[in-house]
Ligand binder design. Structure first.
Ligand SMILES: CC(C)(COP(=O)(O)OP(=O)(O)OC[C@H]1O[C@@H](n2cnc3c(N)ncnc32)[C@H](O)[C@@H]1OP(=O)(O)O)[C@@H](O)C(=O)NCCC(=O)NCCS
Length: 133
């Protein structure tokens, strides 16, 4: 398994869109509707993250991972490939590549699987964030 820079893969926008389409309400913390294709491409082109990779195994993309400019990790594995260790390995590789004092992960409290997942990697709960729209 390897991490491949999103900006070096022609099919990356399609893979990232597919990952977004699979997001269920408890994963989608921003509760935003799926962006249209052009908005999606513009978002990628804006280079929103410090680092953004596809998780690739045997030349097939199985997920994606990013590190935001404020040290937040976001990781998404395609449904068909979950529970095989890809998410865990991808986070370990990312943290090794971009060492820093601390990493953060924003997780919807309803997303029990991801909470358990980040706990198993040594992350601890530090705050709840509220919003008003
Ligand atoms: C969260 C997510 C990235 C996990 O990726 P994954 O590749 O399925 O996870 P892994 O196979 O690497 O599992 C690693 C650990 O997570 C935990 N875990 C995985 N699946 C779990 C489940 N169904 N229930 C509880 N814990 C689970 C286990 O502790 C596992 O450790 P183990 O290897 O000792 O069993 C994946 O489920 C996903 O893409 N979810 C949707 C997106 C999301 O919620 N992202 C997090 C917010 S940024």
């Amino acid at each position: 398994m390897k991490l491949v820079d999103v900006y070096e893969v022609d099919e990356a926008p399609e893979v990232l869109y597919r990952l977004m389409e699979e997001r269920t309400p408890e994963v989608n913390i921003s509760h935003r509707a799926l962006p249209d294709w052009d908005t999606h491409l513009a978002f990628i082109a804006s280079r929103p993250y410090e680092a953004w990779f596809l998780i690739v195994d045997d030349d097939s993309p199985v997920g994606a991972i990013y590190l935001s400019k404020t040290s937040e990790i976001g990781v998404f594995v395609l449904n068909a490939h979950r529970g095989k260790g890809y998410g865990k390995t991808a986070i370990e590789m990312l943290m090794e590549k971009y060492p820093r004092e601390r990493f953060l992960a924003n997780i919807n409290p309803a997303n029990e699987r991801s909470i358990e997942f980040f706990r198993s990697l040594g992350f601890v709960h530090i705050q709840n964030t509220y919003e008003k729209r």
